[in-house]
Design a protein around this ligand. Structure first.
Ligand SMILES: *Cc1c(COP(=O)(O)O)cnc(C)c1O
Length: 397
């Protein structure tokens, strides 16, 4: 069991704010500032370059990878950190395409996050071997798994609606058709229990600044199944993925296991921040987290629907089909979200009309959800959104 009142006390939350946006950028753990200061002062400041060995900086990408690995059901030694998620998508897809042999079709769905789709388009173009990206409706994915399929590349939880793909079933179908899978866990890692090993996933990637609370710019992670890792050829063959980086050989040879998925110098200060966040995650029982997240989301849906008939639920009603976020459609959703934010309730808006709220039991409880419902009811019932100040769009929504 996890004591979520205790974990809540470990976060700094701005005074008066109800933060239902931990699915987009997790809040600051109270221990982070001191941990980063320690890395800056005691390690960078005092050890300078010897910090790579003495402070263990070079080993951090795989040490932190293992701690994330527990949350996603990975075998130890098969997750490594680095770069941003877009880069990890590219790496995983490139390796998957290699494993898929002569097949040319990559299937993804229209609910995928655009960066994943853009990276796939760029990779296909630079390979120049006639691969085809098919972007199909999320509910149609299973119908496109056939003997042409090279790679099934999906994001498990839809960033807009929270719709959850059935990872074990789709992976099994893809394997039966002779295809390879790439799963993006951006909205799954830290949101619900994932079992990449039990699902037989081939590749998985995700980021650490959303549910994992690693801070803005925190590095991404990549998982490669043990059966593939020593066979896959890194497309991004940087020196830190080399078998012997410090031999400075002029020819590239992939490193052992997951180490080959490293590219260049790891972000040491960001990893210090993530390390503090993982101290909290190390104590969390993912089954308890899922139960708590479902209870919060159900409370929210019931309360908002009762108070706001003008909002339409965009997320699956069945909790088993949903990640850890709840979205409502409203034509003036941008303005309505701005009006909520002005009243201390922070969610976000995703074009064209989605008001999105994330449920993160580590620091959100039933009292917060009750207050959030009251703010939304006030904004919607009294048309508080219908004010020109809320129509001005900022660069980041
Ligand atoms: C958040 C997110 C990204 C962001 O990629 P970065 O390279 O970290 O900016 C990519 N893909 C998905 C599915 C996401 O949810």
């Amino acid at each position: 069991m996890t004591d979520f009142a205790a974990t809540k006390a470990l976060f700094h939350l701005p005074e008066g704010m109800i933060y239902l946006d931990g699915n987009s950028l997790g809040p600051l753990p109270k221990a982070t500032a001191a941990r980063v200061a320690q890395t800056v002062n005691d390690e960078w400041g005092e050890m300078v370059i010897t910090g790579w060995n003495r402070a263990g900086w070079m080993a951090q990408p795989s040490a932190l990878g293992d701690r994330i690995g527990r949350l996603i059901g990975a075998e130890p030694g098969h997750v490594v950190l680095g770069d941003t998620l877009s880069i990890k998508v590219y790496q995983a897809l490139a390796a998957a395409i290699d494993l898929a042999g002569d097949r040319k079709v990559i299937v993804t769905d229209s609910g995928n996050f655009p960066s994943d789709i853009y990276m796939a388009e760029g990779l296909i173009k630079s390979l120049g071997r006639g691969h085809e990206l098919r972007v199909v409706a999320p509910e149609d994915v299973a119908n496109h798994i056939n003997d042409d399929l090279a790679v099934l590349m999906l994001t498990q939880v839809d960033y807009r609606t929270g719709r959850l793909h059935d990872m074990p079933t789709l992976t099994q179908a893809a394997h039966a058709a002779g295809a390879v899978t790439v799963w993006d866990l951006a909205h799954s890692a830290g949101a619900l229990a994932v079992d990449v090993a039990g699902s037989n996933a081939d590749f998985a990637v995700g980021c650490t600044y959303k549910y994992l609370n690693g801070g803005p710019g925190a590095p991404a992670f990549i998982y490669v199944a043990p059966r593939h890792v020593d066979r896959c050829q890194p497309a991004l063959s940087g020196w830190l993925g080399h078998e012997k980086p410090f031999a400075f050989d002029l020819d590239y040879r992939p490193g052992a296991g997951i180490e080959r998925m490293r590219v260049g110098t790891p972000p040491v200060l960001q990893m210090a921040a993530l390390d503090a966040a993982m101290d909290i995650w190390d104590t969390v029982d993912m089954a308890a987290l899922r139960r708590a997240s479902i209870a919060l989301a159900e409370q929210f849906i019931t309360g908002v629907e009762a108070a706001c008939p003008m909002l339409t639920l965009a997320s699956p009603r069945d909790a088993a089909q949903r990640g850890s976020q709840v979205s409502f459609r409203f034509a003036d959703g941008y303005a309505a979200m701005q009006a909520c934010i002005a009243r201390g309730l922070v969610g976000d808006f995703r074009a064209p009309d989605i008001m999105r709220f994330g449920f993160t039991p580590l620091f959100i409880d039933a009292g917060d959800v009750g207050r959030a419902i009251a703010v939304i009811a006030d904004v919607m019932q009294n048309r508080l959104w219908d004010d020109p100040v809320y129509q001005q769009r900022a660069a980041v929504t």
